[in-house]
Design a protein around this ligand. Structure first.
Ligand code: CTP
Length: 220
């Protein structure tokens, strides 16, 4: 099928906040900047981009035209269930929590109540259980210790059922630069010139991924 229309891309970004009570949460240090850079690079290539953004306020997010917000992993799962079918490409850059409080308290826990324990339960997998059509294309992300970067990300590529996966060392979080690699089932590549700014990495990533995503959904 040869369709000539803008490719529709869904980009998730930022952390999740998992409630402990009505005022506190467990979160992570994801800034959302990589996702904003990718959304910008996709728009610059003529894609129609919707962003699903967690609780973060990276520079540039406000100027993106189509942003929906989530707070928890469950809210992100709900938004993906609502919208993924309307898109061709998913870039899953959100840093989803691995654990969440099993029973968030109503109201506000008081210090005078003494020490408290918070029981954590695993957050169910979102990307690896997402239902995609054969004409849709999925880019996953993986945050890994530098010494196990490629091996660990390669196993995630299969587990997450992604078409390719961006693997970043832990130091990427909160940093201005990226030292990531892009893993395909049969290849591994990185931007020429080594570590670079998030904007530059995003432009390189989009140039690598867009042709494959466009071919998958039959867009010229
Ligand atoms: N992800 C997801 N659902 C989760 C956790 C992560 O969909 N519950 C997605 C992330 O958005 C990312 C990819 O899976 O695209 C890898 O996230 P990462 O945190 O590196 O992997 P985990 O599966 O959480 O494994 P671990 O933290 O144990 O390495």
């Amino acid at each position: 099928m040869n369709r000539s229309r803008p490719l529709r891309a869904l980009v998730t970004l930022g952390p999740t906040h998992e409630p402990v009570d009505e005022v506190r949460f467990i979160g992570n240090r994801s800034s959302g900047r990589m996702g904003v850079a990718i959304a910008g690079a996709l728009s610059a290539q003529g894609c129609r981009v919707r962003v699903l953004a967690g609780p973060c306020q990276p520079a540039g997010l406000d100027s993106l035209p189509d942003v929906l917000r989530f707070r928890t992993a469950e809210e992100l799962r709900h938004l993906l269930g609502l919208w993924w079918a309307d898109f061709d490409l998913l870039v899953m850059a959100a840093a989803v929590a691995d654990w969440r409080p099993r029973a968030p308290r109503a109201g506000k826990a008081r210090r005078e109540d003494g020490p408290i324990s918070i029981e954590l339960e695993p957050v169910p997998e979102i990307l690896g259980t997402l239902i995609s059509r054969p004409d849709q294309f999925v880019v996953g992300f993986a945050l890994e210790p530098a010494d196990a970067l490629v091996a660990s990300a390669r196993s995630k590529l299969t587990r997450k059922r992604a078409d390719c996966i961006v693997a970043n060392p832990l130091a990427t979080m909160d940093s201005d630069t990226v030292d990531g690699v892009l893993l395909w089932p049969d290849a591994c590549e990185s931007p020429p010139g080594g570590p670079c700014s998030k904007d530059r990495f995003a432009a390189w990533l989009v140039a690598r991924v867009l042709p494959a995503a466009a071919a998958r959904c039959g867009i010229r």
